[in-house]
Design a protein around this ligand. Sequence first.
Ligand SMILES: Nc1nc2c(ncn2[C@@H]2O[C@H](COP(=O)(O)OP(=O)(O)OP(=O)(O)O)[C@@H](O)[C@H]2O)c(=O)[nH]1
Ligand SMILES: [Mg+2]
Length: 394
Amino acid sequence: MIGFFRRKKPETPASEPRLSTEELAAAFPSAPAEAPAPAEPVAVEPVVAEPVAAAVEPVPAEVIAAALEVDADVAQAVAAEPATPPASAGKPGWRERLRGSAFARSLGGLFSRNPKLDDDLLDEIETALITADVGVTATTQLIESLRRRMKAREFADAPALLAALRADLIALLRPVAQPLRIDAAARPFVLLTVGVNGVGKTTTIGKLAKRFRDENRALMLAAGDTFRAAAVAQLQAWGERNGVPVIAQGQNADAASVAFDALQAAKARGTEVLIADTAGRLHTQQGLMAELGKIKRVLQKVDPEAPHEVLMVIDGTTGQNALSQLRQFHAAVGVTGLVVTKLDGTAKGGVVFALAREFGIPIRYAGIGERAEDLRVFDAEAFVDALLPEALGA
Ligand SMILES: Nc1nc2c(ncn2[C@@H]2O[C@H](COP(=O)(O)OP(=O)(O)OP(=O)(O)O)[C@@H](O)[C@H]2O)c(=O)[nH]1
Ligand SMILES: [Mg+2]
């Protein structure tokens, strides 16, 4: 039995879903969350566009340094990234980065011994899933499905049940593992990033800038966080590193006006992708949430289809609070894709399953570190296998 766990790669993948698609659909309906109406009427203000701000000149190193000095987080991220990664560096895999997660650790205990196929095993799995932030509803559905099948004698032994759990977890995520497609007809393709404070929006934009530059796309960034000191310099530092122009106005400028200028400039230059940063805001701050709606409407004055993607960044360590964050941001601005960050380190990671089950909104990318290359296209199987103990997963 232990041999099963030790096997490197099962020939018949243990991932073979044992639930039919219909059963899964019934077990995990991805009902879109009810979008509560914003409590505050959204004011549409005409935007008096300043003349299109020229792409900001490269920021002098001392300005960035000064800015970075006051922002230890950024300084750390910048310092962490080698200008040219050594040829041998290679991209660290999902498993390597997610190994320390609470999910991997709590489920790992189950695999380090030889569990019996009984209700105690289900109880232990249930505790592990709840501990990892999978959420009560998703956990209950997973456990009840396993229990039903165990009673129906579908599993020969405990490893068979654990393999079924792996397959069910993957099946839960597969519908939302939809990569971002840049529509070539949209020029520029406008990406608006939103999310609460400190979740990794600006870092994710930097990572995307590198990714899109590597794909030889003409890019532009809009410094729409006019609220936090050093936010503009932080984005400019990322822009400079990747040779991408950044449109900015002064601190405390109107964020919608920055977005408007940037879109006009991007259009004039035939830019392929425009990524707009926004200030972090709590989903409970009604006024700031309404501002997001305004940014969106102002973009639509230039291009009625913009933004083509409203990318909400969610911190993977947040836990179940991520659900109310997404609900509120979705109501305010219509989220079309997610990035779940900080899945490296001690993240529980389970909230990804709760988000998938509750909203069915595509998860575009996963952030698994602070460096430019630490962004992965979200892959259901790779993610689950990185969370599960090695012997079962890969
Ligand atoms: N470990 C880890 N850290 C991350 C990841 N993504 C971002 N961070 C770190 O999270 C911190 C905040 O990142 P920012 O990009 O400034 O977050 P933000 O959402 O733009 O923050 P505000 O603009 O203040 O709302 C920084 O220290 C980043 O390096 C990730 O995937 N893994
Ligand atoms: Mg930011």
